[in-house]
Design a protein. Structure first.
Length: 249
């Protein structure tokens, strides 16, 4: 158990350092959360203690100058790099800030800004960041894309991915896998058993009758093969992933 805890802390440290040192702006100060007999606190990379929150039960990684913390192990809020509480603890779970927003849970999941005000109302079963200021929200048995005005984009999907740097994401609807952009426009119609990335804006697609390439929504090549079962397509490189809401353990 101690070995597992050490591995998790080490992985978190690597990810945190990478997050704080990248970007167009100045390099941010890297702070490392630690636990002491009196509570949780933060130290710099030389091991110098910056602050300790007396009695705190948890302190997360800093992102955009703030970190989630828990004073009692039951509720979560946020502190800045001096240890000052900037958003009082009132959430069941609290994620890291990205682009000035963070996913949190009270009775249900929502998204807050740096002032702790909701930009996406807490009325969803689950929420996960999609990128570009958008979020995937869970509605019963399906996911939908939503912006910070509460506007839904696109249809209902069973499985979803975050948007990549090119601004598209793979999603699975009732009829199959496809690729959509941040406006909800289809780059690849959602009708294939598999979609994978090729090169130069071209996507490799497969279904039970064959495989081919799609570019700008049009099939530019198709090769029929012997009829395949859906089970046989599962051995291909693409693996379905169900996104789960981020929680602080």
């Amino acid at each position: 158990m101690q070995r597992l805890s050490f591995i998790l802390i080490f992985v978190g440290l690597v990810l945190s350092c990478g997050r704080e040192s990248k970007g167009k702006g100045p390099v941010q100060r890297v702070l490392l959360p630690f636990e002491s007999d009196s509570g949780w606190g933060a130290m710099d990379t030389n091991g110098k203690v910056v602050f300790v929150i007396k009695g705190a039960r948890h302190l997360g990684w800093f992102s955009e100058g703030v970190a989630p913390f828990s004073p009692d192990g039951l509720t979560y809020g946020y502190v800045d790099t001096s240890g000052k509480v900037v958003i009082p603890a009132r959430f069941r779970s609290a994620g890291e800030f990205r682009d000035g927003m963070a996913v949190v849970e009270e009775e249900q999941w929502g998204v807050i800004d740096r002032d702790g005000r909701y930009v996406v109302k807490p009325e969803y079963i689950a929420i996960t960041p999609a990128g570009y200021g958008l979020f995937w929200v869970r509605l019963r048995n399906a996911w939908r894309l939503i912006d910070t005005t509460g506007k839904f984009i696109g249809d209902y999907f069973m499985h979803v991915y975050p948007f990549n740097r090119e601004g598209w994401a793979k999603v699975e609807g009732p009829k199959g896998w496809g690729v959509m952009d941040t406006s909800g426009r289809w780059i690849v119609e959602p009708k294939y058993a598999m979609v994978d990335t090729a090169v130069g804006g071209v996507f490799l697609v497969r279904d039970t009758t064959g495989w081919g390439y799609v570019r700008d929504g049009k099939v530019i090549y198709w090769r029929e093969t012997q009829r395949l079962s859906l089970d046989s397509l599962k051995v291909a490189p693409e693996v379905k992933i169900k996104l789960s809401p981020p929680k602080i353990q």
